[in-house]
Design a protein around this ligand. Sequence first.
Ligand code: WTA
Length: 655
Amino acid sequence: MATIESILQENRVFPPANEFVKHANVAGMEAYQALCQEAERDYTGFWARLAKQYISWHKPFTRVFDDSNLPFYKWFDDGELNVSWNCLDRHLTTQGDKTAIIFESDEGETVRCSYRELHQQVCRFANALKSRGVQQGDRVVIYMPMRIEAVVAMQACARIGAIHSVVFGGFSAKSVHQRIVDAKAVAVITADEQTRGGKHHPLKVTVDKALALGDTDSVHSVIVLQHTHADIVWHSERDHWWHDITADQPDTCEPTWVNAEHPLFILYTSGSTGKPKGVQHSSAGYLLGTITSMQWVFDYQPNDIFWCTADVGWVTGHSYVTYGPLAIGATQIIFEGVPTYPHAGRFWEIIQKHKVTTFYTAPTAIRSLIKLGVDLPKQYDLSSLRLLGSVGEPINPEAWMWYYTTVGQSRCPVVDTWWQTETGSHIIAPIPGAIAAKPGSCTLPLPGIDVAAIDEAGQPIKEGKGGFLVIKRPFPSLLRTLWNDPERFKNTYFPTDVAGGRYYLSGDSAHCDRDGYFWVMGRVDDVLNVSGHRLGTMEIESALVAHPLVAEAAVVGKPHEIKGESIVAFVVLRKELPDKEEAIKIAATLREWVASEIGAIARPEEIRFGENLPKTRSGKIMRRLLRTLAKGEAITQDTSTLENPAILEQLNQAV
Ligand code: WTA
């Protein structure tokens, strides 16, 4: 680990423009430092002040932080609130007619929804859920297209204290099934189909398949939004149309007041081993993180038109579509489609059309858009933009520069935000009116966040060398546990072999430069980051070996120009090594197999066959050798511990 050297030398610095600082929520370095010092002086007092300032409490808390049972901690735990009330009701008297959501469909039609209208939709749907017998604490799986109703479904769950678990619409029936079973969901909310890039993708059919896989008796209702009017199979005792069950519902619904620590949602994410982990978030602490980051990092201003391009199936869509923007009373864009449909300028067109001020997307999207038209943004009026954001993976300095100069016209600060499903909200990011940006660095931790790059013993790593990126103190929006698996929570995030288990281990490596700026280098565990999406190598390997042709498989990542990383699978078949023609056929079969087992995002880019995998004498697969092979580089590592060195030659042949 400590041998990962940083090769990146980036000397360009972009301090905030005076014009920006003048109106910023955190104006100037002194203002940032003042917040940091406040947190340092009185850590819990700092968070308590913010929780009182930004959250409307039904019953105020008197206890701030409970660390009596670490690593299980609680925040504000005798307070009561409702997250949906905080996102909707509290805006009704002051700005009920303000547009909450500007929805842009795949085909370019626009629907506007005010806070009052959104509130009514959420209440009606919350009442419908109750009428279906969904109760406080029940888990509800949401498998929906990126439309207003996805937000309505999530907010309605929050309103009645049900715990949602959103599954990204691109995941397979198997993945949906796994999540339903692990969470013992009582209901699934879906749509007939979703439309993206002019194509229809089935959702209800996938849910039907998932429910047919067994062990799903907990599910008593499937609620279906009619979207494309596709023909679907109907199970009348179980399936209900969204429009039918909401038709006669009143448009008010008394929120269910829940404890601050009541789980708001579970979101499954890939880990280094085994099945996906159900990251469990609290109500109050999570909400607070989304609000403070909207204020600090996105420098929220009342006239902003905020656009986060993430799907609600990922944490970014949870925090910066469903919760953060609404909690703060913003107007936001929700876009159903893809950046390249019907043309490569779609993102820029939407920014122009709706006068977007704040645009938040992923490096993979930025890189693919550069490729599709370096100068394309110049054909659009992007003068409404005032802030740009990036999330999901390290942004390479050249992509950063393009984003800054071509999209932001060298006028808009770029906030490179480092965080994770587990952290709930931004952790390291440049507060735009205060912190000078360096392309490729997520810069400095937010106030109240204590991060470090350390070695196994917990010592800070020397400048320029990579260390484990850790968070030294629990903060309100950090995950509380893994659903149903507190042991795994402990072992994954607070393992005793790093700094004695005192710190939250992010799974990333990073180094810190002489200005204290953080440079995230990537994962240190077996998690891949493909187009900003987390995938566990183990998950993909398990999918491969579940195929009758496969005896053994090892999966590694390889650098990819657009996706950041792409998947390469090394496969040992149950039969003899295939010839070239057959290998091509089997590779195609296996790629589709993985797509159907997990989802299209997990489809390996490349599959290589061998009679074995490179193993040590104790039988351990040497993945670092496979990584080198995948990159097409010569092996310079020591192979003397290898049981079967000849295998490397075989595995070097791409199909
Ligand atoms: C990576 C997404 C570098 C990182 C919010 C992290 C990043 C994982 C950045 C979390 C960034 C996210 N710079 N790396 N700005 N943002 N990552 O849970 O490896 O889907 O651990 O959350 O993405 O992915 P997740």
